[in-house]
Ligand binder design. Structure first.
Ligand code: ATP
Ligand code: MG
Length: 318
């Protein structure tokens, strides 16, 4: 039995297909769902946590059907949403205790103390949450999510808006939970975090999985060097044998080539002939950012059908 098993999971909002036929199993791992804004990450999480009814397909979580056994599913999972889920007018301890009581946790006092300790919040547990930093609030949300000892943890953008040190701390906690046997389903926009901390990633684009594998598998699959070129102004990349244009982020163009060092001067000459002003060029091994760009492109394409016209989603990556 897998912790999470999705079969043709689909969600339409009116005529907009937000999640399109997802079939995917996740077990004993930190799984990251990556994708541009509006690609269907939160919608997927909301269905798996029983908060949103699928339009089609189904999923099992901890062996329970998310539609017909929603209550059973809720007992064995926790969900930390994208937006803040703590009451800032309570103290940290009161907030966690509230959730312990909601779940009917036995020996609640001891368990609350334990999760506050695990999340390094004991010293500040009796302070009002409104005095906490962003990183502390996120750790408190984790503490409250852990209080009933869930088997599967859903985290929607757990590190968004946090500084580098706070992000690292959150990931250390997530990794510790994984070591204890928890399955963790996380969404994030931070490729470096997914690369460093997650066992497997799925890249979702317009509600569909565009790439799936461990970060190292996905990078190896590109089997190419990456050349990035910073240019001034508009530039039409010329077609060149053995060179693939991946996309543009800001003033940086990305290309892949099988033999980067041979290609670099050829590409420079070719771009210069189009009149482009080249500011910098570099050659490197692929990162998860490159995998993402290749799988998703730099913006969303037509996504839904409204009033007889395709609704064009032109959203840039965060
Ligand atoms: N309640 C809703 N009603 C109508 N459309 C919705 C609703 N919620 C989400 N959508 C649309 O469904 C699509 C997927 O949204 P979703 O929130 O799942 O994306 P996401 O990948 O989580 O985005 P982000 O990275 O911005 O959090 C988007 O086009 C969004 O506008
Ligand atoms: Mg979201």
């Amino acid at each position: 039995m897998h912790a999470i098993e999705m079969s043709n999971l689909t969600k339409f909002y009116d005529t907009l297909c937000a999640v399109d036929d997802l079939t995917l199993s996740i077990n004993n791992e930190i799984f990251a769902l990556l994708g541009p804004n509006g690609s269907g990450k939160t919608t997927t999480v909301l269905m798996l946590t029983t908060l949103l009814h699928p339009t089609g397909g189904n999923a099992m979580v901890c062996g329970n059907d998310i539609i017909s056994q929603a209550e059973e599913v809720r007992k064995c999972i926790s969900y930390v949403p994208q937006d803040m889920a703590v009451d800032i007018k309570l103290t940290g301890r009161e907030n966690v205790r509230f959730f312990a009581d909601l779940y009917g946790v036995p020996d609640a006092k001891d368990r609350v103390d334990e999760v506050l300790e695990v999340m390094e919040l004991t010293d500040r547990a009796d302070d009002l949450i409104k005095t906490y930093s962003g990183g502390m609030r996120r750790r408190l949300e984790l503490a409250q999510a852990l209080v009933h000892e869930p088997n599967v943890l859903f985290l929607d953008e757990p590190t968004i808006g946090l500084d580098v040190a706070a992000r690292k701390k959150i990931w250390e906690h997530i990794r510790d939970l994984r070591k204890k046997g928890m399955t963790i389903f996380v969404t994030t926009h931070y490729m470096d975090e997914a690369d460093q901390f997650c066992d497997r990633v799925g890249i979702i684009s317009r509600g569909r999985i565009a790439a799936l594998g461990s970060p190292s598998e996905l990078k190896a699959r590109l089997m190419k060097d990456v050349i990035t070129v910073r240019v001034d102004g508009e530039c039409a990349p010329p077609p060149l044998d053995g060179v693939a244009y991946v996309g543009r982020t800001g003033d940086e163009l990305s290309f892949t080539a099988e033999n980067g060092s041979e290609t670099l001067p050829v590409l420079a000459g070719s771009l210069a002939r189009t009149g482009a002003t080249i500011r910098a060029m570099s050659l490197r091994e692929p990162t998860l950012d490159d995998v993402f760009l290749q799988a998703v492109g730099q913006q969303e394409e037509p996504h839904g059908f409204e009033d007889g016209k395709f609704r064009i989603m032109l959203r840039r990556r965060k």
